[in-house]
Write a protein that binds this ligand. Structure first.
Ligand code: FAD
Length: 389
């Protein structure tokens, strides 16, 4: 193979170290976890012990204090190795809410143990069944009673709860009718899952298309100590939005990793598989889609690194983070389709691993933000078109 995929860049030393670690968890490992609908515990432990998941935590709190650029390379390499960073990416970015808006006491209490892996903060509960993408209409309430907040309501699609110690919760603290703007009156809390589950919080797993641990959650008079409020009461929605650029850019990088994985897998198979006495990759009908996927992935990658550079420079990057997520998710999904098609019938065989990655990468057209909502963002915020909802 002439080309190295992905093309070598300034992060080679880091990529090599990650490839050495991820190389210990091969396709068979991920297939077994997938078939068992299990959690890649050994992989996540290895990643944690090597410190990679603490990349974004400042050194003063025990992390490695790296930028979003480096963090994104970590996510990309996991997915490029054939793994699925969706099992643990929350541990990398959910703590950002605490880091940016938590009190010094909260940061000292939680961040060093999140950095060491002693505590997992992998969950963030925003989505609700009756309101979906229309977050400001959420129905879960947190009412202050003395030194506690009492939470009632329901969430859906809340990932990794069964593999977390802590969860960030967004709930309404002032009724919608009493706020000037619908984005006001919501607050975020840190929930200690061990003390919450069975004491006002019930978790029901949702069996789904991917091996992704996600759940329905019910709150029935769950009591949270008032000191678990993060930042100011009523500002929670703004705090959640602040964290989305990092989340979207990291997931864009995962999609880039997937896309390169599909492209590499497709070109190898296309070079080896002989039909009509020649490699199938000699046919333009096979090689052109793979070439197109490579072009689109390289382009998406530029937007991903642009978003990272702006974020790391402390500059606004909402447009770039959204566009990177859009382009990367599109590139990975198209590469997934090409890879499956290139493999013909064998693409459907679990042994070839294409079908697993195909399912996994499809998720990113919908979560954590759907493609339509990115179109809306660009139409409204970049092109000045009227808001459509
Ligand atoms: C596996 C998985 C894991 C998830 N993990 C989490 C998690 O950990 N925490 C969490 O809070 N959430 C999580 N989510 C939820 C995810 O963020 C939502 O599914 C997503 O934001 C879409 O919301 P919805 O499913 O309610 O779709 P809806 O809001 O019901 O939308 C359905 C469709 O209609 C489209 N649509 C809606 N409104 C408009 C509009 N105005 N214009 C154009 N199109 C529109 C949407 O784009 C979408 O395609 C997860 C979801 C999945 C599937």
């Amino acid at each position: 193979m002439k080309t190295e995929i992905p093309t070598p860049d300034d992060h080679q030393a880091m990529r090599e170290a990650l490839r050495a670690l991820c190389g210990g968890f091969d396709a068979t490992y991920w297939q077994q976890v997938d078939h068992a609908r299990g959690y890649p515990e050994a992989f996540v432990n290895a990643l944690t012990e090597a410190g990679w998941l603490a990349a974004l935590i400042p050194t003063e709190y025990g992390g490695s204090g790296l930028g979003l650029t480096e963090a994104s390379v970590i996510m990309e390499e996991i997915n490029f190795s054939g793994g699925n960073a969706g099992s643990c990416h929350g541990q990398m970015y959910n703590m950002g809410t605490l880091l940016r808006h938590g009190s010094e006491a909260q940061k000292r209490q939680y961040l060093p143990r999140i950095a060491s892996g002693a505590l997992r903060l992998q969950s963030m509960a925003v989505t609700e069944p009756s309101t979906g993408t229309d977050t400001t209409q959420l129905k879960t309430t947190a009412v202050k009673k003395g030194d506690r907040y009492v939470v009632n309501g329901q969430k859906v699609w809340i990932s990794r709860i069964q593999h977390s110690d802590l969860m960030i919760l967004l709930a309404r603290t002032t009724p919608l009718a009493e706020v000037k703007r619908k984005s006001e009156g919501m607050s975020i809390f840190i929930v200690d899952l061990k003390s919450a589950i069975g004491h006002g919080m019930t978790v029901r797993p949702i069996l789904n298309m991917v091996n992704h641990e996600t759940n329905e959650v019910f709150f029935d008079n769950l009591e949270i100590p008032a000191e678990n409020l993060i930042g100011e009461e009523g500002q929670g929605f703004k705090y959640i939005l602040d964290g989305l650029n990092a989340e979207r850019t990291l997931i864009a990088a995962e999609c880039i990793g997937d896309a390169y994985w599909f492209i590499d897998k497709a070109r190898r198979y296309a070079s080896e598989r002989q039909v009509f006495g020649r490699p199938i990759g000699q046919n333009q009908g096979i090689q052109f889609p793979i070439a197109a996927d490579y072009i689109e992935t390289e382009a998406a990658n530029l937007m991903r690194f642009k978003a990272c550079a702006l974020f790391d420079a402390g500059r606004p990057c909402g447009a770039e983070a959204n566009m990177a997520k859009y382009l990367a998710a599109k590139a990975s999904w198209e590469a997934a389709n090409t890879c499956l098609q290139t493999h013909g019938g064998f693409g459907f065989a679990c042994e070839y691993d294409v079908e697993r990655k195909f399912r996994e990468t499809r998720l990113y057209q919908v979560a954590p933000i759907s493609t339509n909502l990115i179109h809306s963002y660009v139409a409204e915020h970049l092109l000045g078109l009227p808001r459509s909802f």
